[in-house]
Design a protein around this ligand. Sequence first.
Ligand code: BES
Ligand code: ZN
Length: 455
Amino acid sequence: MLIKLFDQKAKLSATPIVCLQRQDFAEWLEKQASKTRNWLKTNNFKAENGDICLFADGEGLLKKIYFGYDHSDPTLFSKLVNKLPAGNYFLKYSVAAQELQEIAIAWELASYRFDKYKNITKPKANLLVTDKVDLTYIENISKGNQLLCDLINTPAEDMGPMSLAKAATNISLEFGGRIKQIIGDDLAKQGFNAIYTVGKGSSCNSRLIDLRWGKENHPKLTLVGKGVCFDSGGLDLKSPAGMLLMKKDMAGAAHVLALASMIMRSNVPVNLRVLIPAVENMPSGSAYKPGDVIKMYNKTTVEVTNTDAEGRLVLADALSLAMEDEPDLLVDFASLTGAARIALGADIGAFFTDNDNLAKNLLKYSTMSHDPIWRMPIYAGYFSQLHSWVADFTNASLDSSRLGGAIVAALFLQKFVGEKQNWLHFDIMGADSSGHAKMQGVRALFEYIRINHKP
Ligand code: BES
Ligand code: ZN
């Protein structure tokens, strides 16, 4: 949480954060009073990046925070926020405007808590900032992050396809968008057989959520998000450990709704469309089966070799629909494969595009906004893994090693958008290594869209 520095009353009771870097530390330490020197030594504080030491006065009251920080990575502050007692804090030495802005963003994002189901909530640590920071911008990102994390963290029981549609409707109402939905049997009637089929095993109706906002004459930006509200794997049932976090399998939907809300809140002049196939992937007597053939919305036939590779199926129908509008930029976000996580780990989101210029730009904004993402290749050679002797192709490789699994999934999706230069696919985790919701790629892409306007 952030407070403006102008609030002098808040500053009076605030604790200073003293940032120290390793290379100056020994010299600095020499000049300190013995009490400080001894305390920092006792606590083994060496001013390494991320080192934290709380310092109290003679009364035992919190006096200062010593923090190892060499100014290279403002996101280090996210490690500090939740280690501090509730109260107000300020930076002892002034930093450049841009750096303070990034510190404030890191602080704000790390302050997020999911306390919807908690009886007791703890007060937070607040950072006092100067008017050098753009609070409107930070608030926009913070609200987007809060929406995204709340949607992902909410248990599947309370965030099924209907609740996800409600959330999208609320966002649409807030910003004057127009929303439509295709629900249940109507999906099959209108040819969205993949969305219909994947959701057949669930007692929830599947939905295709379709939100539009902005002016017709602005560049067309279409965002598609995987909205698998729970992924049990279907009849190819996941293991208990593999299933535990699968309430997060609508993370793609949460990412596109968050990005859309940020675009709408800051009035970026784009003609925006958000498409979310919202389903639950469940085993039951009516569930789709391995070996089934689906006639997709674009008439391609797909043999289901694994009911757990459901995300690409529902996304494919939504992407085919998106293509009818010929958007200037088409982006999808999905927690699509475990393989993306194996490739890049939990901190870095994978993205795929055939557009080198777009990739280069995006990586630039990724670095600038401290939002780590990395480009992966759409290597056509792996498509043979999806060979089917029954249908046009399969939805998953039969090879259990799943080598290059994220690339194979991207190749599957590419069949539905064509080899166009204006498609960007994110394969994201949806959560950090502890399973807490995490925003990936949204800030980098928001910057790209905000600054380039014309997607
Ligand atoms: N929701 C999963 C992907 C996933 C797994 C994301 C773990 C984040 C963490 C997806 O629907 C899935 O089950 N993918 C399979 C595909 C396979 C059957 C080809 C996978 O990655 O194992
Ligand atoms: Zn799955």
